[in-house]
Write a protein that binds this ligand. Structure first.
Ligand SMILES: Cc1cc2nc3c(=O)[nH]c(=O)nc-3n(C[C@H](O)[C@H](O)[C@H](O)COP(=O)(O)OP(=O)(O)OC[C@H]3O[C@@H](n4cnc5c(N)ncnc54)[C@H](O)[C@@H]3O)c2cc1C
Length: 405
């Protein structure tokens, strides 16, 4: 069974479900929130919270969780439709570190107390998590991490440094991989700890980035004492939890629908700036051609995702396909936003760079100036081929699968 395109008029068993989603997205997502998303502004924690509360109240707080933990119990096709309809309606995405990442790991490895303590607050959006994995010297080669946790009575004492920790500045909790032993292979002595961010000894320092949106941070941990009850799973077997997370979440149904919406927006921008009219100029022809190619790419990515969803539901999905999707979509998002930047014209980018250089501070957000926000997004999307596993690492996975290398 295939999922019909939004423009398709074929009858499908999922049509009623799609209509239910559409009506909800139309009526329940506040217009001001849609405007933030439509104009590519950075979605704040409060804005994420507003949408999460709406979804939670409707019983749709966790599209990817089983019913027993308060999730919808939807299959992957339904989850895809949810993402497609909400992206089309300019609803915000859901904050993924709790719902998509650590939540399912807690369900699988957590004690009843941990499940009761952490899952409900992820579900209703009241508690935010960040991921403390990467370290200076341990990114792609994550198992080389050095941050150490030593047992002291009924606590672990953590010392070390994490880096690139998204949202650490506003998160309540961090799930973090630490070294509890140096014996054996490097994957062996790693444990997963759940750390309240207000624990004494934690220092969060922002990392300034080219887009001037504050996402990433360094997190320093100096004699941070965490109860042993916050160990997830078995001591020294944190790598299992980390792999479980990667395996479960490697196929995200969210990226392609957001890309499809971006492609539409870039088309709208091009039309608004004059191309596609009766006599487009030569450079506009080039932009149109690039846009058509990118749109074809989005259609291809959608087909790839839908077939991956079928395979995942049948338990036959190969890791290389998820990696190929990540590789392709990261590249496509950069292509699309690159076209948007070229439509805006070089003077726009130059203006932004000037502003950043002159003030050294956050560039004021201007809700009316969606072009400017697109340029922020352009700069932010440079990180797409790095975050969540670099493109080179995805290529390695694909090569291993294809050639057994
Ligand atoms: C915006 C952003 C948000 C992030 N958020 C988080 C977060 O919330 N939590 C977190 O823990 N981390 C986060 N990261 C970190 C991210 O996971 C790492 O940056 C990424 O895994 C790469 O690691 P690295 O930066 O140490 O680069 P390295 O691993 O040192 O790689 C440097 C270069 O070498 C290449 N390379 C490395 N190994 C190989 C190989 N075996 N074969 C071929 N080429 C290779 C890489 O592709 C890259 O080009 C974030 C990063 C970014 C940019």
């Amino acid at each position: 069974m295939t999922i019909p395109h939004p423009s398709s008029h074929t009858l499908d068993p999922y049509d009623a479900f799609r209509e239910e989603l559409r009506q909800f997205a139309e009526s329940e997502c506040p217009p001001a929130l849609k405007e933030v998303v439509r104009t590519n502004q950075k979605v704040t924690r409060n804005e994420y919270r507003i949408w999460q509360e709406k979804l939670f109240a409707r019983g749709w707080g966790a599209p990817n969780w089983p019913v027993e933990y308060g999730g919808t119990g939807w299959d992957l096709q339904q989850r895809y439709l949810f993402e497609e309809v909400t992206a089309q309606a300019d609803c915000p995405p859901q904050y993924h570190h709790g719902l998509g990442h650590i939540g399912p790991v807690i369900m699988h490895f957590g004690t009843p107390e941990q499940k009761a303590r952490f899952l409900p607050r992820i579900l209703d959006g009241s508690e935010w998590w960040c991921q403390g994995y990467s370290e200076p010297g341990a990114g792609s080669d994550l198992a080389s991490l050095k941050t150490a946790a030593v047992r002291d009575g009924d606590h672990y004492v953590i010392n070390g440094q994490k880096i690139w920790t998204s949202h650490a500045q506003e998160a309540d909790m961090m799930y973090t991989l630490v070294r509890t032993s140096n014996e054996g292979r490097k994957q062996a002595g790693i444990s997963l700890l759940l750390v309240p961010m207000d624990t004494p000894g934690i220092e969060v320092r922002p990392i300034p980035t080219i887009d001037h949106w504050h996402h990433v941070n360094e997190v320093f941990l100096n004699d941070v004492r965490v109860p042993c009850a916050n160990l997830l799973g078995v001591e020294g077997e944190g790598w299992k939890c980390a792999k479980f997370l990667l395996d479960r979440e490697r196929l995200s149904p969210a990226t392609v629908p957001r890309l499809a919406r971006l492609a539409e927006q870039v088309g709208e921008l091009l039309r608004a700036r004059g191309a596609g009219g009766s006599a487009p100029s030569a450079s506009q022809h080039v932009l149109l051609e690039r846009l058509y190619l990118a749109q074809a790419g989005v259609a291809g990515a959608r087909e790839m995702l839908l077939s991956a969803i079928q395979e995942e539901m049948q338990g036959t999905l190969a890791a290389s396909k998820s990696s190929a999707l990540k590789l392709y979509c990261s590249d496509l998002s950069q292509q699309l936003i690159g076209i948007a930047l070229d439509i805006a014209g070089p003077e726009y980018a130059a203006r932004l760079v000037d502003t950043v250089a002159a003030t050294g501070q956050e560039v004021a957000s201007d809700a009316d100036d969606s072009l400017r926000q697109l340029i922020h997004t352009y700069l932010f999307y440079r990180s797409r081929t790095i975050a969540g596993g670099t493109s080179e690492v995805q290529k390695n996975v694909i090569a291993r699968d294809l050639f057994g290398a």
